[in-house]
Ligand binder design. Structure first.
Ligand SMILES: *Cc1c(COP(=O)(O)O)cnc(C)c1O
Length: 358
């Protein structure tokens, strides 16, 4: 069997070193002789992992003083509600860039007035809306920086006259971010920083406590900030793996170095999509994501789609089927995906082209 190359959209591929350490910890956590799955989260060995994980987030993203990082046992879909619960008082504006953005907006609508300021629904979310003006009369403006399903990404940290809140589920730790421009950055771990079961939220502390509603204890970000993400039993395994993933990011040279590698991977793959006569990209060129690369068969060659799937599979490519709302192919090239993996996919596309052109 040929080597396999994993391009799953989420849960993502994780570095081998991370998996090896997780396996070892399941046998014996931090020399305690107890499995990671059975330890008490009230031990000093576990508290050290929590402290280190928080410190790594702060170091890798250069998180300013007034911010805290919390880890919540839920999904990014649950954090849509956290956002509205903790920040929506009168009105909120959302940038509608796809399914996830839409779902985030829905939760806010359930709690108050919220609307889509701009949308790219007219072209099946294949681009990021531009030229809109952020109103000053809203409590916050919500964006989804990377649209996992459509392969579009907001590459800059935008300037906002109102608190900016971002779902960065699928591009967190893939590139440098100016955290000071955001009031909250959140996401699920399973796209780039760990396994499923835990989410992160980077929150500007001074922005909390401004809504008048009752916030249920578990949905109040202050609960988790005050108790250092240990108000209740944290998802120990997921946080452990996140910790190892962040250590790996640091060993690669940090987010700045990872970004260069990611840029090169994305450039390599998009160059092949643009060159290869059998394929074409679906996202607007200037908005192309460096994490999720979406493409389809070229016009007139759609009949080759199933055959390419089968060929790619035979060559060890896993997880390249596009989301059902877009079709075609999607290669998710998160941090743990290597240049070698990308080149294997490119070679596969080139070979397929050779077989199908005269
Ligand atoms: C996957 C994803 C979500 C949903 O994450 P869950 O943890 O499964 O709820 C939300 N936003 C974005 C951008 C995503 O990619």
């Amino acid at each position: 069997m040929s080597k396999i190359h994993v391009f799953n959209a989420g849960p993502c591929l994780l570095p081998q070193q991370v998996l090896d350490r997780a396996k070892a910890a399941i046998d014996n956590f931090a020399g305690t002789g107890v499995s990671l799955l059975c330890i008490s989260h009230r031990t000093k060995e576990w508290e050290a992992v929590m402290d280190e994980t928080r410190a790594l987030w702060k170091e890798l993203l250069h998180i300013p003083e007034d911010y805290e990082v919390v880890f919540l046992a839920s999904g990014a879909s649950m954090e849509f509600l956290y956002v509205a619960m903790n920040f929506l008082e009168h009105k909120a504006a959302y940038l509608d860039t796809g399914v996830w953005a839409h779902k985030a907006l829905k939760e806010a609508k359930g709690l108050g007035e919220a609307y889509a300021l701009a949308s790219s629904a007219d072209k099946n979310y294949s681009y990021v809306p531009k030229g809109y003006e952020i109103p000053k009369d809203v409590d916050y403006f919500h964006i989804t920086t990377n649209n996992t399903i459509y392969g579009t990404e907001i590459h800059e940290d935008i300037d906002s006259p109102v608190p900016l809140i971002a779902d960065m589920s699928s591009d967190i730790m893939s590139r440098p971010v100016d955290v000071s421009k955001y009031t909250m950055i959140y996401g699920g771990a399973q796209k780039n920083v760990g396994p499923a079961g835990v989410t992160f939220a980077i929150v500007k502390k001074s922005a909390l406590g401004k809504v008048s509603r009752y916030i249920p204890t578990m949905l109040d970000l202050r609960t988790h900030i005050d108790k250092e993400s240990m108000f209740n039993t944290p998802p120990v395994f997921s946080i452990f793996v996140m910790n190892e993933t962040l250590k790996w990011v640091k060993e690669q040279g940090g987010v700045e170095a990872i970004y260069k590698i990611n840029r090169k991977k994305a450039d390599t793959l998009y160059a092949e999509i643009d060159r290869n006569s059998l394929f074409r990209g679906t996202a607007a060129v200037e908005d192309r994501s460096i994490m999720n690369v979406c493409f389809i068969m070229a016009e007139g060659r759609e009949d080759l789609q199933d055959e390419f799937f089968a060929f790619a599979k035979s060559q060890g490519m896993i997880g390249i089927k596009g989301h059902r709302s877009v079709g075609g192919f999607r290669a998710s090239i998160y941090n743990a995906c290597t240049q070698e993996d990308v080149e294997a996919l490119v070679a596969c596309m080139q070979e397929f082209e050779k077989q199908h052109t005269i």
